[in-house]
Ligand binder design. Structure first.
Ligand code: UDP
Ligand code: MG
Length: 328
């Protein structure tokens, strides 16, 4: 079975559009599918809409709901875990492969069929890459480019044009679910696990409804967290700077000594102040970077779950069933 995993945060309006469009495409192509919504702690009617759909199309549509907003990453992983476990408790009619897609249909759903065909041909990961970045401000584009360049040069994972729109084989899903880390970056992790990969291209579509759920500060934190999550480059950078400064210090030290012994030792007050300022700020920067990694280690070592599931439609429909049988 093909599982479609959809993270949704305040997407009350788009839930039905997404469910309709995707079901129509897959039903036309005669594909056995299910749609799993991961409600990322929405504050609007997203969960009500998911429940309504789940009650109507019981076997095809289900959902899990977080206890609060844990972020898109957590929602994707919750969806994949729900897919792997299967709809019923036996976990028998589970998924063979899953497609992760945005709720706002910025990822064209027609592509699912193409990805599914590639999976049938034996590919285990099918990545959809953006051929253009859609409508974004120049500043946003600049930040995205810098981030991708940093990721590529430091960790070797090319994320240029990468999106969360991916098809994953069951094996890949299991590998991802087995990863013990709390701070995840789906886009890079699905490349990191390896497997036979195919790439398809797509044009980013405009949102069907509403606005983006990512603020600039959320994105910036996300970028910094992912760079540090995949590479120790910032720490190595500090070591390199330390070495450069040591060479500088030796040269300056020799010069100072020569000046001293030849009786030319000048006031040099401004040099002292400048050196103090530069070295002071570099030390602080270094400490900051070490502190950041330390805080990441701390977060991981706490072993808190990636997300907390508050409700799931399985239980809701089951409860209803037992209630109705009791009534009979
Ligand atoms: N999303 C989520 N949790 C969040 C933010 C976003 O699950 O905290 C979901 C959102 O509902 C959508 C997808 O992630 O299905 C992409 O979000 P959005 O369209 O806002 O991002 P953009 O397309 O602008 O990158
Ligand atoms: Mg979007």
């Amino acid at each position: 079975m093909l599982s479609i995993v959809i993270p949704a945060y305040n997407e009350g309006e788009t839930i039905n559009i997404a469910a309709d469009t995707i079901s129509e495409i897959l039903e036309k192509a005669n594909v056995d599918y299910e749609i799993i919504f991961a409600d990322d702690g929405s504050r609007d009617n997203t969960w009500d809409n998911i429940c309504k759909r789940a009650a109507r199309e019981n076997s095809r549509i289900r959902g899990v709901r977080f206890s609060r907003n844990f972020g898109k990453e957590a929602a994707i992983f919750a969806g994949l875990e729900a897919a792997a476990k299967g709809g019923d408790e036996s976990g028998e009619n589970g998924c063979d492969c899953a497609v992760v897609i945005d709720c706002d249909l910025q990822h064209p759903p027609e592509l699912i069929l193409k990805m599914y065909e590639l999976w049938k041909k034996g590919y285990e990961v099918v990545e959809a890459r953006k051929s253009s970045r859609g409508r974004e401000s120049p500043l946003y584009k600049l930040f995205a480019k810098t981030f991708y360049r940093l990721m590529k040069s430091s960790s070797g994972i090319n994320l240029d044009g990468a999106s969360d729109y991916k098809l994953l084989d069951r094996k890949v899903i299991d590998s991802l679910n087995e990863l013990p880390e709390r701070l995840t970056f789906f886009r890079a992790l699905s490349a990191w696990v390896g497997y036979k990969t195919a790439v398809v291209e797509f044009e980013v579509q405009p949102r069907v409804h509403g606005t983006t759920k990512w603020s600039f500060s959320k994105l910036f934190k996300f970028a910094v967290s992912n760079i540090t999550g995949f590479t120790n480059f910032p720490m190595h950078m500090m070591t390199a700077m330390g070495i450069i400064f040591m060479i500088f210090a030796v040269v300056l030290g020799i010069q100072t000594l020569v000046n001293f012994f030849s009786g030319y030792s000048v006031a040099g007050f401004s040099t002292v102040i400048l050196l103090l300022l530069i070295i002071g700020s570099l030390l602080m920067l270094g400490l900051g970077i070490i502190g950041y990694y330390l805080s990441k280690i701390y977060e991981e070592i706490k072993f808190r779950p990636r997300y907390i599931v508050n409700e799931s439609t399985n239980k809701a429909t089951k409860a209803k069933k037992t209630k109705s049988t009791k009534g009979e």
